[in-house]
Design a binder for this molecule. Structure first.
Ligand code: NI
Length: 170
C-alpha cells in the first residue's frame, strides 16, 4: 500500500476531462490503485477522491461519507448522473485546495449510475453530503473544481486566498 501525492489546484491533470476506464486493460492495476486511493483518502480524512487527484486522467472516483458513522465504500467507475432534484447552497472544500472553502450551489438530490471495481453496474440515489460528494467527484472527472461554480466576484476573492495559501501546499 502506498500513500499517493494529491495533486493541487493549478496542475494540468485537474483541468483535463478524463477518459473512460477500460477495465480489461487495467487488469490487476485496478485493485492496487483502489487500495492506494482508499488509504490516501482516509489518511487525510477525506470523504471522496478522484483519479485526477492522484495524477490519473481516468473516470474513477471513490467515496465514503460514513453514513451514521459507519464505512460505506463506493467505487465509481465511468459514473453518470442520471437525475438531479432540488437545490442546496452549502460550503464545500477539496483535498486539491487545502484550506479553501466556499459556498456553492448543488442539486440537493442526485441519482448516479456507475460500475463497481468488478465491472458490475450499480445505481444509487444520494441526498445531503452524499449528493454533494457524487457531484463533486464526478466534476473532477470532467476537469472541474468546486470553485469553478462560483460567480466572478466570489471566484476573485477565492483566487486571492489561493494565492496566499499555495506556498504552504505540498
Ligand atoms: Ni475535490
Amino acid at each position: 500500500m502506498t500513500l499517493l501525492r494529491i495533486t493541487k489546484h493549478g496542475e494540468a491533470v485537474l483541468k483535463r476531462p478524463s477518459a473512460p476506464v477500460d477495465l480489461e486493460k487495467m487488469g490487476d492495476e485496478l485493485p492496487k490503485l483502489l487500495k492506494d486511493m482508499w488509504a490516501t483518502m482516509y489518511s487525510v480524512r477525506g470523504v471522496g477522491l478522484a483519479a485526477p487527484q492522484v495524477g490519473l486522467n481516468i473516470r474513477l472516483s471513490v467515496i465514503d461519507v460514513r453514513p451514521e458513522g459507519k464505512p460505506q465504500r463506493l467505487v465509481l467507475i465511468n459514473p453518470q448522473i442520471v437525475s438531479r432534484d432540488g437545490k442546496i447552497h452549502d460550503e464545500e472544500g477539496c483535498l486539491s485546495l487545502p484550506g479553501v472553502y466556499a459556498k456553492i450551489d448543488r442539486a440537493a438530490k442526485v441519482r448516479v449510475r456507475a460500475l463497481d471495481e468488478k465491472g458490475r453496474p450499480w445505481e444509487m440515489e444520494g441526498e445531503g453530503l452524499l449528493a454533494r460528494a457524487f457531484q463533486h467527484e464526478i466534476d473532477h472527472l470532467d476537469g472541474r473544481l468546486f470553485i469553478d461554480h462560483l460567480d466572478f466576484v466570489h471566484k476573485l476573492r477565492v483566487m486571492s486566498i489561493i494565492k496566499d495559501l499555495k506556498p504552504t501546499w505540498s
